[in-house]
Design a protein around this ligand. Structure first.
Ligand code: FAD
Length: 483
């Protein structure tokens, strides 16, 4: 029987790779974790979730400062933002979290961490820092990078991506964002709130194209009211370096060409899987346009080589990467044939208001040919929301034709947190009657969850049939006022 240096080798020390490494090492597998950057943590910690959510919080604080009158307070003259201080705060949050993802911690768990860029020379072996290392099982968890779209002049024109935006030395006066996905939209609002003139150019007629149009449009209107300019149905024709500024030219659907001058260009037009240099195709691991092809057990076309996280190009979220990493541990270490199931994978776009989603939205239900009904409840009817000064947003509960809940969308304050109750309800197959009858704390935003379940149930409870039955059995006398 062939012998290998390690039971399992993991390439990439981000959310997916770290999940596998920690699980495998703690279960007693001889584990090697290889990372090309000098630190573990991946995109989420260094260039993604953590810096973006830290920046968003800072921008919200500044926004509140500039809008004190909304809360019945005197107006405040807010001094301009010093981005160096913002950057310091971002770095300090990253540093605090980095401790959980340190090489020492993984060593304590039992995993060997090596830094470098491995290349497969056969299906069990990689060349790493001039030597050969073999493992019985491999996991590719190398994540993704910002897509570099083919735009005339882009290569010659300085532009930034999520890799640079959190470490700028000063706040840009103006920013043109190419793309209107979650990263683009979150950054548009944050920079606009901090004082940058932000314009967003989007090819399609909707921002956040995976979301229902009514929810995405509501976010767009909030951002537009705060000062972000949106150019929808616009194709970028080219960009140009003007020295101290840059030019972006785009065309609308009618063929009108507009030219914008801006200090910075942020490219946020999708993600590319990090597969370069690994030699995957040469050892029989198939790739497609989105990334590494995997089956439901996260196995690639070489069954002892798994892939997880952004590199497979499916749901590019940290919690999806962690979940897929767990599936790999079940299959590769426990040898339990566990399959991935994305039915109730939640996600959230952290604009203000937030937009959180689980299961089907109307768009996905319609695409899947599912008949559905929508029940809604608005935040302007939630007492706590009014006290907080939050009036925008609603919850949509989507039921199939058998009245089974198939999805929930929440647009509103703290939507990402509010969605957690639905994560439990949908995964635990909790009945809507249970949710509606469970006592929730008053006044909380979370009452909206109970209320929307009640919205579905109340026509059944307060129906003519029930009224008639009660009248018959208990001789109720009926209305005391009005028709
Ligand atoms: C601006 C921004 C905001 C985001 N916000 C959120 C959010 O709020 N919530 C959320 O869930 N998700 C968010 N994401 C997405 C999230 O960051 C990713 O889904 C997540 O990081 C994917 O984890 P991963 O392990 O697949 O990849 P990564 O975290 O990118 O880890 C991959 C690792 O592999 C390493 N690597 C790459 N190539 C090699 C190689 N050849 N050899 C060795 N190592 C290699 C990389 O250096 C990296 O450390 C955001 C992303 C961005 C860009």
């Amino acid at each position: 029987m062939a012998t290998y240096d390690y039971d399992i080798g993991i390439i990439g020390g981000g959310a997916a790779g770290l999940t596998v490494a920690s699980g495998a090492a703690q279960l007693g597998a001889k584990t090697l974790l290889i990372e090309k950057e000098p630190h573990l943590g991946g995109d989420c910690l260094h260039y993604g979730c953590v810096p973006s959510k830290t920046l968003i919080r800072t921008a919200r604080a500044y926004h509140t400062l500039k809008n004190t009158q909304v809360y019945g307070l005197p107006p405040v003259e807010a001094p301009p933002v010093d981005f160096l201080r913002v950057k310091e705060r971002i770095q300090s949050v990253i540093a605090a979290i980095q401790e959980h993802d340190s090489e020492e911690r993984f060593c304590r768990l039992g995993a060997q961490v090596e830094f470098g860029e491995p290349t497969f020379f056969d299906e069990h072996g990689v060349r790493l820092n001039g030597r050969s290392v073999s493992a019985k099982t491999w996991v590719v968890a190398t994540g993704s990078s910002p897509d570099n779209p083919r735009i005339e002049g882009l290569d010659e024109t300085p532009h930034i991506t999520n890799k640079d935006i959190f470490s700028l030395d000063r706040l840009p006066e103006s920013l043109v964002i190419l793309g209107a996905g979650p990263i683009a939209v979150e950054m548009a609002q944050a920079f606009c709130r901090l004082g940058t003139k932000v314009r967003v150019i989007q090819r399609s007629g909707q921002i956040l194209t995976k979301e229902d149009q009514d929810m995405a449009d509501a976010i767009m209107h909030v951002l537009a009211a705060e000062g972000v300019t949106f150019h929808l149905n616009a194709s970028v024709l080219g960009v140009k370096n003007l020295g101290s500024a840059r030019e972006v030219r785009f065309q609308d659907r009618e063929g009108n060409v507009t030219s914008l001058t801006t200090e910075r260009i942020l490219v946020a037009m999708g993600r590319d899987p990090n597969v370069k240099g690994l030699n995957l195709e040469e050892i029989g691991v198939a790739l497609d346009r989105k990334g590494i092809q995997v089956d439901e057990r996260m196995r690639t076309t070489r069954k002892h080589i798994y892939a997880a996280g952004d590199v497979i190009g499916k749901f590019q979220f940290t919690h999806a990467a962690g979940y897929e990493g767990g599936i790999v541990v079940s299959n590769a270490i426990f040898h339990l044939p566990r399959k991935v199931d994305y039915t109730f994978l939640p996600w959230c776009t952290y604009t203000d208001p937030e937009l959180a989603s689980i299961g089907m939205n109307e768009k996905r239900a319609a695409e899947a040919g599912i008949e559905y009904n929508v029940f809604t409840e608005e935040f302007k009817d939630n007492d706590r929301s009014l006290a907080e000064g939050e009036r925008v947003g609603k919850i949509k509960l989507i039921l199939d034709r058998h009245e089974k809940p198939i999805g929930v969308q929440i647009l509103g304050p703290r939507a990402g947190e509010l969605l957690s109750e639905w994560v439990a309800v949908l995964n635990g197959k909790v009945k809507l009657t249970t949710l509606a009858s469970a006592v929730h704390t008053y006044p909380t935003l979370a009452e909206i969850n109970k209320r929307v379940a009640g919205r579905y149930l109340s026509p059944k409870i307060f129906s003519d049939r029930i009224r008639k039955g009660l009248k018959f059995f208990f001789q109720l006398k009926g209305r005391a006022c009005g028709e």
